[in-house]
Design a protein around this ligand. Structure first.
Ligand code: DGL
Length: 275
């Protein structure tokens, strides 16, 4: 049976999207949320365009089948490689009234108000950097800004494997930051373009020179979503408001429960599902 109302779906390849969900829920606690982490197939960062698109499409379809009318791709890699095709091709087939939104646009929109030198760095997965989505989006809003992308392929594995507070993490965080800033010493603002990176924030702050602004996405995505729902009452009325949250994972529920608690700062329950 077709459900006319449902929770907001939030999708990520793994745990990273929880940093976005946490901020969205803090801003709008009244809604119900359904989080899906494709942990069995994470990380997506090094995967091809076709594979990320296919996995993301399956996840969106699954969340739609669970009754979600609005799905947030809380993953930059999926937003970079799959969002546009899903919006332009798949939604028409699934249900043109449903919506899928990403995390890149809300982040890009604020960068022009933050950078003074008009030199901006992006730290993200290899897939996001190679897609050049940030460059293209920033060019549309702020053509005067020069963008330098830095792929940080070790950062997601550090987070996924609970090594984000280890001395090994210091090494990889420091060398990527130094490499980025050696490529463009005029950078005064750096976007953390991966939803896993807030877990490394302590170390990123430690190695980022003073005066370089670190742009975290969560708050901007939450504000942008709130604004979107204010402008789209036809979608807002299709969201259930019970303040509930459910977690789904494609890997072991027990493992997800333990790790997600760290990201969310509270104990949670999780169910395993197959896409
Ligand atoms: N959290 C995802 C992002 O924002 C990437 C993690 C992955 O490589 O799967 O890009």
């Amino acid at each position: 049976m077709l459900m006319t109302t449902g929770p907001i779906g939030v999708f990520d390849s793994g745990y990273g999207g929880l940093t976005i969900l946490r901020q969205i829920r803090a801003t709008m606690p009244q809604y119900d949320y359904l989080y899906l982490g494709d942990n069995a197939r994470a990380p997506y960062g090094e995967r091809s365009f076709e594979v990320v698109y296919e996995f993301t499409r399956q996840a969106v379809r699954y969340l739609f089948d669970q009754g979600c009318h609005l799905v947030i791709l809380a993953c930059n890699t999926a937003s970079a490689k799959a969002l546009r095709t899903i919006q332009q091709v798949d939604l028409r087939r699934f249900d043109p009234k449903r919506r899928v939104l990403g995390v890149i646009r809300p982040t890009v929109e604020v960068v022009g108000n933050i950078s003074k030198t008009r030199h901006v760095g992006i730290m993200a997965t290899d897939g996001t950097i190679r897609s050049k989505t940030y460059e293209l989006e920033i060019e549309k809003f702020y053509p005067d800004i020069q963008v330098t992308g830095e792929a940080c392929p070790m950062w997601v594995p550090l987070v996924e494997n609970d090594e984000y507070e280890s001395p090994g993490a210091d090494y990889f965080v420091r060398e990527r930051i130094e490499h980025l800033l050696s490529r463009d010493p005029q950078i005064d603002s750096v976007i953390l373009g991966c939803t896993h990176y807030p877990l490394l924030l302590g170390k990123i702050r430690q190695y980022m020179p003073q005066g370089v602004h670190i742009i975290e996405q969560g708050g901007y995505v939450a504000t942008s979503l709130k604004d979107y729902l204010g402008r789209h009452p036809e979608m807002e009325t299709r969201l259930t408001k019970g303040g509930n949250i459910r977690f789904l994972t494609t890997e072991r529920a027990e493992q997800f429960r333990e790790k997600a608690a760290v990201f969310m700062g509270e104990t949670i329950e999780a169910e395993r599902v197959q896409l």
